[in-house]
Write a protein that binds this ligand. Structure first.
Ligand SMILES: C[S@@+](CC[C@H](N)C(=O)[O-])C[C@H]1O[C@@H](n2cnc3c(N)ncnc32)[C@H](O)[C@@H]1O
Length: 165
């Protein structure tokens, strides 16, 4: 099923199935913080400031990692502002799929990446990821795990879900 956003014309595929309301509620708590306002500040505060001055891991190191591993068929889960996909060097004109629980993140990343016409999918990575495409050469999950509810064991379902792609 596709949802058309009239204002920004971003087409986002929404899931047709769901798990329990409670699980969905828990997962959505990790995504709800990403409003248009917080996303507007995200690159500056998180990638510009806290990566360097709080975590001592400058954004350029993460970008280097992206440049080493990103492929021309890339799936990104938990897209945020799409920063690393905007800045990285793809080995060829890429086919990109974006997957996120939050429409604001999907819209922002899709807008910044519009030259690649990414496919947008809205869903919870803790559920089965159903995006109708597979064979991705790279999957980005940067800064996603801390947003997910539960402990490392329950979060690890993400890797099982992603492995199918
Ligand atoms: C901290 S941002 C990551 C931004 C980006 N990956 C980066 O490296 O800058 C986390 C993103 O994960 C998304 N998210 C949180 N919980 C999620 C879930 N259960 N399923 C899918 N996406 C989720 C949020 O909406 C947000 O866009």
């Amino acid at each position: 099923m596709y949802t058309e956003f009239p204002r920004r014309r971003t087409r986002i595929e929404t899931p047709m199935k769901s798990q329990s309301q409670m699980q969905r509620h828990n997962a959505s708590r990790g995504a709800v913080a990403y409003t248009p306002a917080t996303l507007a500040l995200y690159d500056l505060l998180v990638l510009g400031f806290s990566n360097s001055f709080v975590w001592n891991c400058p954004t350029r190191l993460i970008l280097d990692f992206y440049n080493q591993h990103v492929s021309a068929k890339h799936l990104n889960i938990g897209v945020g502002t799409g920063y690393f996909m905007v800045r990285c060097r793809f080995p060829a004109l890429p086919a990109i799929a974006l997957f996120d629980l939050n429409r604001n993140s999907l819209e922002k990343a899709a807008r910044r990446l519009r030259r690649y016409a990414p496919a947008c999918h809205m869903g919870d990575v803790l559920e089965r990821i159903d995006i109708g495409s597979s064979g991705f050469g790279s999957v980005g999950l940067n800064y996603l795990l801390h947003c997910l509810p539960g402990n490392l064991k329950t979060k690890s379902i993400v890797f099982r879900n992603v492995k199918l792609y």
